[in-house]
Ligand binder design. Structure first.
Ligand code: ATP
Length: 629
């Protein structure tokens, strides 16, 4: 049975991606085979998982495999699997559109420079479309496991804008992809030896047989099939027998990555619990890393049999960049996602694996600090979610954190908490930090004035996650972390008795001014007081110790959250000429306007938003005019 052919258009992004891929990946064209085999193997894994609860899906054939064959005369190369297959709707969504999160960011970052773009595509994931690097027409025929033979689907395209779709009779479940090779590729690729060597190079470790036809004495493919790859579970082999290259290739397969991994840890745990884990750190962050709901990269196996992908129970979110496999000897083979929830074995494997990853990072930070820095630059912001998420490992994660600080005054996050403590002068017993919505806002914050003058280092935190981090990490190595923008700034022993005295005197002398400003600002402020932290700015806003930074409040409000409005405390610097001027102002209205200006600019400097920005502008203009006269 064949229905009429329907022609459908690719999503615009697919067209763009196709063009780009053909141009920038040509020099590495043979990877198309790895991509197609990888998809085929994933499809087999999916079938195995679904069949756990419905054996009938195997349709009597549970020996999952990928076959590769070619026809030199027809100029075709075929990759066939007996995996899950796709329904018509699935073909349209999976093959005609890109539904990945991070797609927009990806297109935004493209530069037109082929080498750079090739790297980006690698990170984004090349997948099925890489077939068009070598083929000028691709025919995909598929039938979903469990559906009748009449539900086969044929998809065909020349990779330029549109594809056709028709329903076909398809007795075999799974997917067959026929590549009609470009004329100039045929000589190179339609060759038994060449294809076998590509398969061994890229897919040796795929834990599923990849077969080709046995050749006769003349090197022509015959009727019988033979397995070309090792098809064994790499992670079950002894470490000493696995080469670096094998580890790297295996990573590209499990991690769906194009580039080599940054590091890995391979462990066999024996005793009460038995499992093997092979966990990788990627070198580059994928485009959807910021999506906290992004799938997780751990494949779960039970006694070498694939169970499921993206087992989120095996890695916490703050380690969602980790890729790899965990193979358990203790779980039952018919385990389901539901069983994994709250399962004791899973919990123990998870905490063991987290320890391994943190250990790997710790060792790298210690022995290869430059390499660790590249890791931090890619994934640091994700790791910062750790102390809030993983209480048990808080100390260990805290050791791995890196920050910008006033010590270097650059945006690079290179300072560890231990570095900071090692530099603390005598008398300092706290770790000072400031959070802001940009590095410059943090660096130039008026709150740092006094500390800078005294040569006290302050960590400059400007990642979104930093407020969350500091609300969960209140202590490190017995020293509390203190925001210099919140609460009373307690400098402890750093301040001398004389300084304290002179501060008290200043406060006394300014009592009258403080009262007048308080009255003028009324309900807008919680309190007005003399500042301790300012040396060159006239005023600043201070939040309660447990209040959220103004820029964060802003963000949450924009996202539709209802927040109680915490009123700020205004701190003034009576030594500043502006305050001296204010003090001399006897006109009550003018005094009120000036006080409001002082408050508004302090809010702005904190990254807050004014309730009445137009009023602020009017007041500012009046002031400028007054000065001009
Ligand atoms: N042989 C296949 N059998 C069943 N489904 C397939 C097959 N090949 C591709 N698909 C489906 O098409 C989707 C898109 O494939 P594609 O290779 O473009 O991206 P991907 O595999 O999701 O990610 P990546 O880009 O990292 O490889 C797959 O997620 C899968 O659902």
């Amino acid at each position: 049975m064949t229905t009429q052919k329907e022609t459908l258009q690719f999503q615009t992004e697919v067209n763009q991606l196709l063009k780009l891929m053909i141009h920038s990946l040509y020099s590495n064209k043979e990877i198309f085979l790895r991509e197609l085999i990888s998809n085929a193997s994933d499809a087999c894994d999916k079938l195995r998982f679904e069949a756990l609860s419905d054996d009938a899906l195997f349709e009597g054939d549970s020996e999952l495999r990928v076959d590769v064959e070619f026809d030199a005369e027809a100029g075709t190369l075929t990759v066939r699997d007996n995996g899950i297959g796709m329904s018509r709707d699935e073909v349209i969504t999976n093959i005609g559109t890109i539904a990945k999160s991070g797609t927009r960011e990806f297109f935004d970052q493209l530069s037109g420079d082929q080498a750079k773009d090739a790297k980006l595509i690698g990170q984004f994931g090349v997948g099925f479309y890489s077939a068009f690097i070598v083929a000028d027409r691709v025919t995909l025929t598929t039938r979903r496991a469990g559906m009748g033979a009449e539900h086969g689907v044929r998809w065909e395209s020349d990779g330029t804008g549109a594809y056709t779709l028709e329903t076909v009779e398809s007795p075999a479940r799974g997917t067959e992809i026929v590549l009609h090779l470009r004329e100039e590729e045929r000589g190179d690729l339609l060759n038994d030896w060449r294809l076998r060597s590509i398969i061994t190079k890229y897919s040796d470790h795929v834990p599923l047989p990849i077969r080709m036809r046995k050749t006769d004495d003349e090197g022509k493919p015959g009727e019988e099939w033979e397995t070309v790859n090792k098809a064994s579970a790499l992670w079950q082999r002894p470490k000493s027998e696995i080469t670096e290259d094998e580890y790297k290739e295996f990573y590209k397969y499990v991690g769906h990555d194009f580039a080599d991994p940054l590091a890995w840890t391979h462990n066999r745990v024996e005793g009460r619990l038995e499992y093997t884990s092979l966990l990788y750190l990627p070198a580059k962050a994928p485009f959807d890393l910021w999506d906290r709901d992004q799938v997780h990269g751990i494949k779960l196996y039970v006694q070498r049999v694939f169970i499921m992908d993206d087992a989120e129970q095996l890695m916490p979110r703050y380690l969602r960049f980790v890729r790899g496999v965990i193979d358990s000897s203790d779980l039952p083979l018919n385990v389901s996602r539901e069983i994994l929830q709250g399962n004791r074995i899973i919990d123990q494997m998870r905490s063991g694996s987290v320890k391994k990853v943190l250990g790997l990072l710790e060792e790298m930070a210690e022995k290869e600090p430059e390499k660790y820095q590249t890791f931090w630059d890619e994934f640091g912001r994700v790791l910062k979610e750790g102390p809030g998420e993983d209480f048990a490992n808080r100390e260990q994660i805290a050791k791995l954190l890196r920050f910008a600080s006033t010590h270097t005054d650059t945006e690079a996050q290179t300072v560890s908490l231990a570095d900071y403590i090692a530099r603390m002068p005598e008398g300092q017993d706290k770790i000072y930090y400031i959070t802001a919505d940009s590095f410059l806002a943090a660096k130039n914050s008026p709150h740092l004035e006094l500390l800078r003058k005294k040569g006290i280092e302050v960590l400059l935190l400007s990642d979104r996650v930093d407020e969350w981090l500091t609300s969960h990490l209140q202590e490190f190595d017995g020293k509390s972390l203190v925001s210099v923008a919140k609460g009373d700034l307690d400098l402890g022993q750093i301040e001398s008795e004389d300084e304290r005295k002179s501060q008290e005197e200043t406060e006394k002398a300014a009592e009258g001014l403080v009262e007048r400003i308080k009255t003028a600002l009324g309900e807008r402020v919680e309190d007005v007081r003399v500042s301790h932290r300012l040396t060159s700015s006239p005023a600043c806003i201070v939040l309660g110790e447990h209040d959220m930074a103004l820029y964060m409040q802003q963000l949450l409000k924009q996202a539709g959250h209802e927040l109680p409005t915490a009123k700020p405390v205004l701190e003034i610097n009576p030594g500043h000429p502006m305050l001296a001027r204010l003090e001399g102002e006897s006109d009550a209205t003018r005094f009120g306007e000036w006080s409001a200006l002082l408050l508004d600019q302090a809010i702005l400097a904190e990254g807050g938003q004014l309730e009445d920005p137009a009023g602020f502008v009017v007041r500012l203009n009046q002031l400028m005019l007054a000065l001009a006269n």
